[in-house]
Ligand binder design. Sequence first.
Ligand code: PLP
Length: 403
Amino acid sequence: MYKIEQIRKDFPALADNLDGKPNIYLDTAASAQKPQCVIDKICRIYEHTYANVHRGTYALAEAITTEYENARQIIASFIGAKQDEIVFTRGATESLNLVASSYALNTLKEGDEILISEAEHHANLVPWQIVAQKTGAKLKIFKIADDGSYLQEEFEKALNPKVKIVAITAMSNVLGTIFPVKEMAKAAHKTGAKIVVDACQSIVHKKTDVMDSDCDFLCFSGHKLYGPTGIGVLYAKADILQSMPPYQTGGDMVDKVTYEKTTFAPPPARFEAGTPAAVQAIGLGEAVKYVSSIGFDDINTHEADLISYFNEKTAETKDLKIIGTAQNKGGVFAFDFNGIHPQDLSFVLSHEGVAIRIGHHCAEPLVNRMGYTSLARASFGLYTSKSDIDAFFAALNKAKHFF
Ligand code: PLP
């Protein structure tokens, strides 16, 4: 039994009043609130276990290095990977740029193709545009349905032996659509492509297993997974990581340095130049432990319940149009309400304590493809409750009278 009230107590921000209004936080797809255990862990490290990692041999340095590498192990187990297949980055954006710069720029050539969907975040679009410009490879975009569903026939039509990289979101941050990564990886591998999975949204909503899905690369950001900002993860299969040159160079990523020449450390150190965001990585490890302690079975049941409640309320609300109604979707709802400009809507909702995201959601071509220049979006986390949804609909109905 999902104890939502208990879970909400783990997140101090949810108990805050903002200008006398409760904090109705419906912007978890942008960034999640943090549980007390993550906040405490970060404080404890700074208070009692702080030093640089991988450098000193004194007790504090060894203690934080152990914590940092433990976090890597916790995250590896969480997604079914091996410890040395986990590279810490600043976030999903940096992870994708790392793959584009280190892997794609060094392997793609003119005539090759990169295949992405219409539903990609800029972080999984712009780096591939740059790779295409620099290598002469072609960037191809496969279509999704008007309701935001994945279209297998469109994906398979676009696949051919020239496609060397398929880069795909596992869950759209605008439409909520969940893409069948395992099937897509199988099809991509059949024609000889590598698959890069942007799991930024999906990692929060469903169990991720890189062994089972057989993806070649997978990335996500800590801050969406109830962890700190400034930390992200790149998973890559060990043999691929070993074949990749460094992305950045400097301290802590070397094997031997002379004035003339440098040899590089094996992965993951090869890709973690400079002082890493060790405290944030440890905080992310704690967040992963927290999510695992609740478990995806319960998280998914709770989310399915919220989604059907939200859908029922939507059906009762005149002039509310959800953009992205795929059967297989997570708790992310972009919407148009009676043509009210999203910025005006957000202003009124904010007055009621309701936080939503507006704009192009860093997926401008997708928002345009759905027929809009700007959309409002409500999104759920594991702490979202039915009363949040009630408050959202009450605020929407109020907003109607302003315009
Ligand atoms: N991919 C998706 C699907 C996202 O939703 C986001 C963030 O909104 C990103 C990538 C980029 O994440 P970050 O800004 O944390 O690097």
